[in-house]
Each structure stands twice: as structure tokens, then as C-alpha cells.
Design a binder for this molecule. Sequence first.
Ligand SMILES: *Cc1c(COP(=O)(O)O)cnc(C)c1O
Length: 219
Amino acid sequence: MSRIRRACELAGREPRDIVLVAVSKTFPADDIRAAHAAGQRDFGESYVQEALAKMDALAGLELTWHFIGPIQSNKTRDIAARFHWVHSIDRLKVAERLAAQRPAGRAPLQALIQVNVSGEATKSGVAPDALAPLAHAVAALPNLRLRGLMAIPEPTEDMALARARFESVRALKERLCAEGLALDTLSMGMTADLEAAIAAGATMVRVGTAIFGERRTTQ
Ligand SMILES: *Cc1c(COP(=O)(O)O)cnc(C)c1O
């Protein structure tokens, strides 16, 4: 995506240091197949049943699947069994279930904790002041590998504010690293704000609309 290249130029960063997760929720398997043919490998999904159907339809392709939606406890088994990454851990109970349910012999599930950096504006994610104990507990679980943080700041036209929110996520990650956790991933930035996120240090951007077009259903 040319926007990622341009944002990297402005930020003095290398495009290869940023993973583009193509958010394919609500789009059919054929759209994923077309993106794969164009070289895209990482795909993000928010609804488990919908994702499983697409995984089955695309079973022959080498794809990396990211679960990015809210995690219901009764969906952890499918997430643990079928996804490579999960971005939206926000409580220990869910992380424990994912760890217990990751099938033996699979690589560890690559895990991110979702942080609520906009206070009341969004409900998902752990509050910043509750992050450290959760992160240390998740990092100690077997079958999961805690890689970093994910955040979805409140939508804003104000790119300086967006960047400040993203900088605060980066600061949280750096503090956890100083406490001894080996974190290398910041999943932040979507169609509307990926430039601000890259300027603030994102290593993964999750982009739907700019790749697949407008979603018909908003959920
Ligand atoms: C839908 C979604 C995206 C993609 O949003 P766009 O604005 O279409 O790029 C990114 N992250 C999460 C968690 C989402 O649910």
C-alpha cells in the first residue's frame, strides 16, 4: 500500500518493519483469494464463525490469520485452534482459556493485549493502569507468546490527537519492556489513521476499507 510507504518515508522508517493486516471481515473468501494473489498474506477477522468459514474455503492457501474482534469466552476454543495471532486480549480469564485450548504441537498463539487508551469512549480493552499486572500474567502463560499491545483510539479528525493516543500506547509498551517483558509489536492504525500510527511507532496496521472498500454491514 502506497500510504504505508509514504508514511514510512515521512517517519524515517522502513516499510518492511510494518506488517499490513488486511481486515477482511464482512468480505467474501474470493476477495481474500484475490488479495493473496496480489501478495497479501496477513488477514484480520472480527467474527469467529465468519472467519472459520473463510478459512475452510481457503484451506489450500498459506495465510496468517489474526483475530482482532472482542473475545467471547465461548469462542476461545476456535480462536486458539485456528488463528495465528490474537490482538484483543483484555482479561486474564480469556488468555488462560486460549492458553489451555491451544492445540498441542502448534506454535504458540501470538498474543497482543488490547489497551483502552480513550477512557470511556470505547469499552474494549484493559485500562492503562490495569495493564502491567495483566501483561505479566499473560506473559507467564504457556502456549501463548505475548508480543505487544493493540489499541483502537476513538475516531477523530485531529491527527495530532490521534498521534498522541498512539504515542501513549507506545509508552506503555516501553514501560513493560523496561519491566522485563520482551515485546516487539504495536498493532495500531486503521484506514483513517494509519499515518499517525506509523509516525508513533506502529509495527502492524489493520486496514480494511482502504483495501477492500466500504463494508455494507457495520457491526
Ligand atoms: C474493522 C476493523 C479494522 C479496519 O478498519 P478500517 O477502518 O476499515 O480500516 C481495524 N481494526 C479492527 C479491530 C477492526 O474491527
